[in-house]
Design a protein around this ligand. Structure first.
Ligand code: TRP
Ligand code: SF4
Length: 328
């Protein structure tokens, strides 16, 4: 039997995940577990590229995120789940790659410029510039074929391919050229109608209880032109309806759309229908994640086992790298 193709992806440990993170990445990872040999990891070193002073927050954020992963259905029996800093081979390969990566390649990576501008970083660090080199090491140390990511990460995958190509050219073929595996991401608005984001304070978290979700959805932004109950509305411009498109089966969804356009229902009726479907969809994830939060030892064991497994694979690649480079 041919070995399965390899998939790898990672997330920085930002803490609890919200619906946008789930629909944009995690849900897709869960579906890849059977078809591919999957490696999913928590990029705790990458978190330091901008947040080096907040290093003490990492362990808790990491555990909250890992609980969300398992709650959402990542399965340690089918995927290797691990922590970047527990696999020092990532750092070793990063150092070697840093020697053959021109600074000019890194300076033109759009995420670098954006980070510097958006965060107002006066003097960007060497580590921030090297962010995508570490990412290339993350990917190539497992010889991953596919990397499920959002479009914003495509330049990093391109750079990974260039580094792999240069390494193979200089030292002989060791690495595949991985491909980004773009997911179709539904529009996930937050409660204020803007894109769901932790920093906008408009997010629904996987850890939110039915009561919390209800309290967030009830005052949620709707079609701004529908000011009164008697005004007809337009579901196509309504953020509540964007969520209906994801969670509500078509018969109920049609009922809401028709009632909205004719002013036959009020927005609270419409939101009740959404809650009827949204709450059960999230409660399974929440209950499962809660079990891991209650038993952190189990979660730690899973990540330690995963990291040990990852280390064995990464170690094999590093042996080939040293051999190819003549570093015996
Ligand atoms: N840069 C990615 C992000 O911000 C996280 C990441 C780090 C990653 N290493 C990776 C993603 C390797 C895919 C593969 O989302
Ligand atoms: Fe939005 Fe529903 Fe209100 Fe229409 S009825 S504006 S779709 S919340």
């Amino acid at each position: 039997m041919a070995e399965k193709r390899r998939v790898l992806s990672g997330m920085r440990p930002t803490g609890k995940l919200h619906l946008g993170n789930y629909l944009g990445a995690l849900d897709n990872w869960v579906r890849l577990q059977d078809e591919y040999r999957c490696f999913f990891f928590i990029a705790d070193w990458h978190a330091l590229t901008t947040g080096y002073a907040e290093s003490r927050e990492i362990p808790e954020n990491l555990m909250e995120m890992a609980a969300d992963w398992l709650g959402a259905g990542l399965d340690p029996e089918r995927a290797t789940l691990f922590i970047q800093s527990k696999v020092p081979e990532h750092a070793e390969l990063h150092v070697l790659f840093s020697m053959l990566t021109p600074i000019a390649w890194l300076e033109r990576v759009p995420t670098f410029k954006e980070m510097v501008e958006q965060l107002g970083i006066e003097s960007p660090s060497y580590g921030l510039l090297g962010y995508p080199v570490l990412q290339a090491a993350d990917i190539l140390v497992y010889k991953a074929n596919y990397v499920p990511v959002g479009v914003d990460q495509v330049p990093h995958i391109e750079l990974t391919r260039e580094i792999a190509r240069r390494f193979n050219h200089v030292y002989g073929p060791v690495f595949p050229e991985p491909e980004a595996k773009l997911t179709e991401i539904p529009k996930v608005p937050g409660t204020d109608g803007r894109k769901m984001s932790k920093s906008y304070n408009n997010a629904i978290y996987l850890s939110d209880s039915a009561e919390v979700i209800t309290a967030k959805v009830k005052p949620m932004m709707t079609d701004p032109a529908r000011k009164r109950r008697s005004d007809p509305g337009n579901p196509e411009v309504c953020p509540v309806f964007d969520l209906h498109k994801i969670f509500t089966p078509s018969d109920d969804r049609e009922w809401c759309a028709t009632g909205c356009r004719s002013a036959g229902i009020g927005c609270l009726d419409c939101k009740d229908v959404l809650l009827k479907h949204l709450i059960p969809a999230l409660s399974k994830i929440r209950e499962r994640r809660e079990q891991y939060i209650q038993r952190p030892g189990e979660l730690q064991d899973i990540l330690e086992d995963g990291s040990a497994k990852a280390r064995r694979v990464a170690g094999e690649t590093m042996a080939q790298v040293r051999e190819a480079m003549g570093l015996r």
